[in-house]
Write a protein that binds this ligand. Structure first.
Ligand code: AMP
Length: 360
């Protein structure tokens, strides 16, 4: 069961805000994108960050104010929340919120987006249910390692940037590699027990950032990217013979992203998938998607699209779209990117007196 999300308090807080809204986020993940976007749309910005990342936000000048915390969860402290409320703050959530803060229910500072969907995202089975309901093509999921009958990828619960993932092609291979990974300190025994085993789709990966706008009541394609992953993207630089000798196992730790433009005819399935996901979101978590979301896909050699993950908030891959991607430029005719698109929506909603429709 998913925990309940209560929007009474954030709404009460939001109703007392004046016209001057501040946009804040945690200093990591896509904060530069979010804060630059907020400034481009004329908002005051606050970056709440740890000492070790402070240098990043000081170096780029996109935060009007930096508030230092010891730990990400300090964002939930009453004193800090009260300070943010005092500044009429709307918080923009990103991947770090999922990974470190949990269900966001303890935040009474208004959070942009639908927190119920952000919860769905944290549970792989729920994500798959959502994607299945939307009639998308998914890789097969294996309930037990004993059933592995083809190449699979082994993942773990929660967003952890691909760390510790591995490939296996039989039950024996799974256990042998799992043991090796545990010994190397890359994963724990607990991880192996909770592993999510998924059919590996050989093909080209593309990650799409969309935006659902309650103001315009439409789905927009904002950017597309692919990841730069260690060590899988480095293996091609080593001759096969040496790979075999060194017994190199690909892993999937994300270290960066590249922009992608899709063959245009393939966009039809992408846009249909996004609309379908938004339709289902309305049924599973009223009122459905608000703001940025991402579909992670692989196109096989027949250009069939498989969707293997969904994120219900801004993703770090959208950072490649600052100041614009080909798609956002075609749509808006001006620099537009996920962070700015969020701020634009807040500005438009504020002008139309519909800010409450952005906070669930
Ligand atoms: P995820 O944590 O689901 O985003 O996966 C991390 C990385 O693993 C992706 O960026 C892909 O490179 C790879 N990957 C995940 N699932 C699959 C799959 N079913 N088929 C092929 N590659 C995958």
């Amino acid at each position: 069961m998913l925990p309940e999300i209560d929007r009474t308090k954030p709404l009460e807080v939001l109703r007392n805000y004046g016209k001057e809204i501040t946009i804040a986020t945690l200093g990591s993940h896509s904060a530069l994108n979010i804060l630059r976007g907020a400034k481009d749309e004329g908002f005051r910005t606050v970056c709440v960050c740890r000492e070790r990342e402070r240098i990043i936000y000081e170096s780029f000048g996109v935060a009007d104010e930096i508030i230092e915390i010891g730990d990400y969860r300090d964002l939930l402290k009453k004193s800090l929340q009260d300070e943010l409320v005092e500044k009429n703050t709307i918080i923009i959530p990103h991947g770090t919120f999922n990974a470190y803060i949990g269900n966001l229910n303890d935040l009474y500072v208004p959070v942009f987006g639908n927190r119920k969907l952000m919860l769905w995202e944290t549970i792989r089975e729920k994500q798959m249910e959502w994607l299945r309901e939307a009639n998308l093509n998914l890789p097969k999921t294996y309930g037990r390692a004993e059933d592995i009958d083809k190449l699979v990828i082994v993942k773990y619960p929660g967003a952890r940037g691909g760390a510790g993932y591995f490939l296996a092609s039989s039950p024996e291979d799974f256990y042998e590699k799992a043991e090796r990974m545990i010994k190397a300190g890359l994963i724990s025994e607990e991880d192996v027990k909770n592993a999510h085993i998924q059919e590996y789709i050989v093909g080209a990966n593309v990650y799409f950032t969309f935006f659902y706008s309650p103001v315009f009541n439409r789905v927009e394609l904002i950017a597309a990217d692919r990841r730069y992953e260690s060590s899988v993207d480095g293996i091609g630089r080593i001759p096969a013979e040496d790979q075999l000798k060194a017994k190199i196992n690909p892993t999937y730790t994300v270290v960066g992203n590249f922009p992608v433009v899709l063959r245009e005819s393939l966009l039809a399935k992408v846009l249909k998938a996004a609309r379908s996901v938004v339709e289902v979101s309305k049924r599973i978590a009223y009122p459905g998607m608000v703001g940025p979301f991402c579909l992670e896909t692989v196109f096989d050699d027949n250009a069939n699209m498989y969707v293997f993950e969904i994120s219900a908030r801004i993703v770090a891959g959208s950072n490649v779209g600052v100041p614009y991607s080909p798609y956002s430029y075609v749509l808006f005719g001006e620099p537009m990117y996920a962070g700015r698109r969020i701020a634009r929506e807040i500005r438009l909603a504020s002008d139309k007196n519909m800010l409450e429709e952005l906070v669930y």
